[in-house]
Design a protein around this ligand. Sequence first.
Ligand code: AMP
Length: 542
Amino acid sequence: MLGLMQSQPLLISSLIEFADRHHSDGEIVSRRVEGDIHRYTWADVAKRSRQVAGALDGMKLAFSDRVATLAWNGYRHLELYFGVSGSGRVLHTINPRLHPDQVAWIANHAEDQVLCFDMSFLPIVQAVHARCTTVKQFVAMCDADKLPADSGIPNLISYEAWIGKQPTAYNWPQFDENSASSMCYTSGTTGNPKAALYSHRSTTLHAYAAALPDVMSLSARDSVLPVVPMFHVNAWGIPYSAALTGCKLVFPGPAMDGKSIYELIESEKVSYAAGVPTVWQMMLGHMKPAGLKFSTLKRTVIGGSACPPAMIHAFQEDYGVEVLHAWGMTEMSPLGTLNTLKNKQLSLPADEQMKIRLKQGRAIYGVDMKIVDADGKELPWDGKTYGDLLVKGPWIVKEYFKGEGGDPLKDGWFPTGDVATIDANGFMQITDRSKDVIKSGGEWISSIDVENIAMAHPAIAMAACVGMPHPKWDERPIIAVVKKPGMEVSVAELLKFYEGKTAKWQIPDDVVFVDAIPLGATGKMQKMKLREQLKDYKLPSA
Ligand code: AMP
């Protein structure tokens, strides 16, 4: 017997229609590429998303055709999120920090038909347009009178001219909720990038889950600043959850420096922000010397790479802001776990609570996880035993676009490539990417633990731990560090700083001072590149 409830497909168009109907005067504020601040409402987003849909229909773009973006977080990008997917096409967000050759490769692999770009990325489009053989229309995300006359890009139109002549009414098509809605290529440590292809169903379910109180806890009372880019994993799904809750959205545009972000938080009364640790590092670096405080910020979700304990402390103790440590992946839409305490943990002493907060958090309903050994045998949840982390759920990939890389699943589970522990309360802690684990004398050393201690030293701005070959122990850890401007610390002082904070054999053998740690297009440390830079390095004890 089937249930007798109405069956309506979960479609992205329903999110923007909901925001329009119930939160029409909710504000969307964007710092634009031009530098000024743009303001409008959810009603305007809805109206202009329908115009985007009309423009795509006008071009006779087929169902599931790809529309690419090279854009910052801003209102036009938001309209494309709803207009492209809502009309049945697939939004392909490209990371503009990639090398132009990779941008061209990705655009061709995705067979993008339209490429919309912010004017900051004009040079990239000028470099690649001739190689993007499937693109029929280039759209510069600017006013008609800002379109450069001599760009050299054929079939170029301004965004405002492109959507301007379309009607603001539109009947969103109804179709199978499993249809593709958007795609994002992962950086991929080996071989070519591979794309996660999200569906309307996976995106809508993720938007519901992300808004829950123990997840991102978004509401119509929040003013939300997603610093996490819309060009990488849909800004952690915040644009969709925002439409679902009707919160105010504040977009930073291209101004990602500490001063601009701080000013935006204050001027727009931001209560909630989301970003990777490097962004907050810059913001705290700006605030501390100037003695600045927040007047409205209450919570910040930090993920994408391990949030250093020193950052959680600083936010909490110096600024009264709760840090929600989160973990996820492009292949997981991206949310997997988020760290909020359980009721029984609230009465624990502050230092015990902090130990829990440092972990990557508990699984969200919709994400099943387990840790396994090399033979695939499930390992205990004791907070000590570590193994390969596997996940499954309705917003986790089952296959990559065009079947690239073959079947990624192991008995229906997706191997994350992360190594983790899970404790008896279900809190997961990442110890490493499996390729970055340091194997010393048969034991594993967590590079994240080694880095976190260095990051707690007042003179250290950034730290990366890598294993170096050792004749007796196989590998020994060393720590490459960037000093804060004007600060000094010696090798001996930093090594001494580790004493008492970790087991002796986990203390790195050496410290290497570098000007910068190589970062990838999504702000993650590129340890492969660091190892290349250190290829002539020899351990003092080797
Ligand atoms: P991406 O798909 O580019 O977003 O990268 C996903 C990877 O980032 C994960 O598999 C983890 O290795 C890493 N990552 C994400 N969030 C965290 C976190 N909170 N702590 C440690 N690593 C993280």
